[in-house]
Design a protein around this ligand. Structure first.
Ligand code: 2AM
Length: 176
């Protein structure tokens, strides 16, 4: 199974993100139920590893936090591959991400090579005109969600379907 660890977006935040989802031809907008902030992508593991991962995550002790989504951006430079909403800088979020990273390394997962760039993916792009992407970004640069509490994080299973990825929450872990 293909796993990742993420923070699910509260309903009100999903609603605010829904309003961003238009104006870019070639965008495959993320369905409302998929909206999340990835803390750690794990990838393909077997059942035994999944149990170890679950135990490692259950052993994490970290405080609950407050986050605010802020601004929009894209990945892929001049050949945009994704649009996302950004996250206002949060030391508590970075500390949580580091705890998850070290807990997973302790049970033998290879270190994440990519720098952590907190974001909520809004759309994957294929052949979207750069001008439209830039218009989207300048039009939504001031996007900001209300601050929201984060009281847990979740281990998700990602299943590929003909209609895109389906993200199924497997287990949530409370923050203190
Ligand atoms: P994305 O939202 O930027 O696409 C489930 O696929 C989640 O894991 C998504 O949030 C995705 O990030 C992230 N993800 C998928 N593949 C990844 C990879 N190889 N490295 C890091 N994160 C990945």
């Amino acid at each position: 199974m293909r796993l990742f660890v993420a923070i699910a977006m509260p309903d009100a935040v999903r609603t605010s993100l829904e309003m961003l989802k238009s104006g870019v031809p070639g965008a495959r907008w993320s369905p409302r139920e998929n909206m999340h902030l990835t803390l750690r992508f794990i990838g393909e593991v077997d059942g035994r590893d999944a149990r170890e991962i679950d135990e490692a995550l259950a052993g994490i002790s970290a405080p609950s936090l407050t986050l605010t989504l802020k601004g929009t951006g894209h990945f892929g430079g001049n050949n945009p591959s994704a649009l996302w909403a950004g996250v206002e800088a949060s030391d508590a979020l970075l500390r949580l991400q580091r705890k998850i990273e070290s807990a997973l390394q302790r049970i033998g997962l290879p270190a994440e090579q990519r720098k952590f760039k907190p974001h909520v993916t809004l759309a994957y792009l294929r052949g979207a005109p750069l001008g439209k992407v830039m218009e989207f970004l300048s039009g939504h640069g001031l996007y900001q969600s209300a601050p929201f509490p984060v009281n847990d994080f979740t281990l998700y299973e990602s299943t590929l379907t003909p209609n895109g990825s389906l993200y199924v929450p497997m287990q949530s872990y409370p923050l203190a």
